[in-house]
Ligand binder design. Structure first.
Ligand SMILES: [Zn+2]
Length: 162
């Protein structure tokens, strides 16, 4: 299984929460509502992504069994945070710079004076740094939502190292 920093994922239809957490942890993770196994496998193969799935029968398919499309089975009963830990421990992935939680795109910092008109006034006043997603163009800042997420990720890193 690919373990370099280029690794990207395709999550099955039940793992949308995990996809968002993987993006926060710095990994590109795709996810589509209602996608079926065949489509999931085709998309993962075309884009060179590793499948994350909790669907048992998917792992019986030849293309998965013979390793043509890499896939990791995620236990179904895990919450999204424990699922993230499971994936990162299994694949020995370090925490990386966060990606866009909406789409998994890379973020680039935008100078604060460039977002005067675009950022909500509260965010503009409260934050020094802003980022733009290079894929979906969404403007991001580290407000209270992000602070909660980064606390969970810090806790997670302590568990990994400790
Ligand atoms: Zn994005």
């Amino acid at each position: 299984m690919k373990q370099d920093e280029q690794i990207a994922f395709f999550c099955d239809a039940m793992l949308g929460g995990l996809a968002r957490w993987l993006r926060a942890a710095g990994y590109d993770a795709a996810f589509e509502y209602g996608i079926d196994d065949g489509e999931l496998i085709r998309n993962a193969e075309e884009s060179g992504r590793t499948i994350l799935s909790c669907d048992g029968p998917l792992f019986d398919r030849n293309i998965i069994r013979n390793g043509q499309v890499p896939a990791l089975r995620v236990p179904q009963q895990l919450g999204k945070f424990d699922a993230l830990r499971f994936v990162m421990e299994k694949l020995h992935l370090p925490l990386r710079d966060p990606r866009c939680m909406a789409c998994g795109g890379e973020l680039r910092e935008v100078p604060r004076h460039c977002v005067t008109d675009e950022a909500p006034p509260l965010a503009y006043r409260g934050c020094d740094k802003f980022w733009r997603c290079l894929r979906c163009s969404k403007l991001l800042w580290r407000g209270t939502h992000w602070q909660k997420i980064s606390r969970r990720l810090a806790e997670f890193e302590n568990r990994l190292t400790g």
